[in-house]
Design a protein around this ligand. Sequence first.
Ligand SMILES: *Cc1c(COP(=O)(O)O)cnc(C)c1O
Length: 464
Amino acid sequence: MPFDPIEADKNDPLSWTRDEFELPLRAESGGHGEGDLIYLCGNSLGLLPKRGRQIVNEELDVWSKRAVYGHFAHPHDRPWKDIDQCVLPGLARLVGAKESEVAHTSTLTSNIHSLFISFYRPTPKRWKIVIEKGAFPSDWYAIHSHPALHSAILSPEQIENAIVPLSPRPGEDHLRTEDIVSKLAEIGDEVAVVWIGCVQYYTGQFFEVEPIARKTHEIGAYFGLDLAHAIGNVPVKLNDWGVDFAAWCTYKYLCGGPGSVAGYYIKDGLDDGGRRLAGWWGHNRQTRFHMSPEFDPIPGAGGYQHSNPPVFSSLPLIATLEIIDKAGGIDVLREKSERLTGYFWDLLTSSKWYRGIASPDRQERHEQQVAQATSSGLPADERSKGFKILTPSDPAQRGCQLSLLVLPQGSGNMDKVFQAMVERGVVGDERRPDVMRLSAVPLYNRFVDAKRAAEELERAFEGL
Ligand SMILES: *Cc1c(COP(=O)(O)O)cnc(C)c1O
């Protein structure tokens, strides 16, 4: 019996979560026709939880009726001065940490800067930062700006060469754990910090964090993790993996809304060498409003906060965390996610436009596919038209994002395919010139969405 997506949705114990979200309409999103969009862009901006809207409205009323008292006496038990308390337990569970190790504050890139101020403390003998060559540009820019802050200690040459980029082997799309580990062994005690994205934003690769963290510690460096594409997507175990510090945003898989408040993790007891950027929100909660000139930091991650968090940009997140908890937590969502993305993977890789993947584990399959394409009677000039998948085939090494490289590269085909899909009500995410990211998010996507998206992709290629 072939897999029936309609049946799969019917039998899905998590199908109720979709009803908790407001689904964008086709007609409002550049598409023709009626009905809901197939939204596969949760890796970029998650959908609005219905209860998020409700909470925002409640807060508007509180502001209107109580104004400043809303900070302390709140009719819905969410006093604004402690708004972080509404999300810290849920966030701590999602990242596998203690509540004292997690803070809800500021934005991702700013939090990365704060972490690097405290935990990148170079010496003339240990000053390098290791990062993926293909890291998200904001991480790349942010990290490059730190060595120059230490010009009293580092020579201009050291500052110039402080960043060590990690690249995949020629012809491959993913970093291999063994290559990262051997690179770390090679540079050894010159490394101060290793910073990687837990799930790579471009390829969707979910790194094997633990062995990389272990090697980082063996060479005496700190290990930091960007969770932007991991939190709410895959189970994260910061304590178990031995991660020293981490940061994330909440508008992607956590549906916090555009520009919503971000967060970070600092392992309990991590030594900051007395370097921290302080602010009143990092001060002891009990005495914060005494306005004393003595800074008395909250023990743990909270002590590194600067400002009172934007309350309105914290609210939809409260709703999403409630839904995740009600669903049984991230492990339960992950189980559905693996089935959903596995199904999507199978549909895509059985398309006649599929041209294989570059990772070595599937080289054989790639060759088979190419042979199939050749023998299926496609005209020679169409043979290179199609797509390749950049995301690892191993479900353990990916989350719900699949990244498609549209061929021939540089032909403009990706834009055309993307636009054709949008017009037919399927929205993914473009990375120009040639990459399209499609994420079936278990909170609101269905098996039939994967099916429709694969069909529309096929149709878009036919129309090229
Ligand atoms: C989305 C994302 C960002 C965005 O940074 P902001 O500070 O939230 O604007 C940064 N890094 C990574 C890896 C991301 O995926």
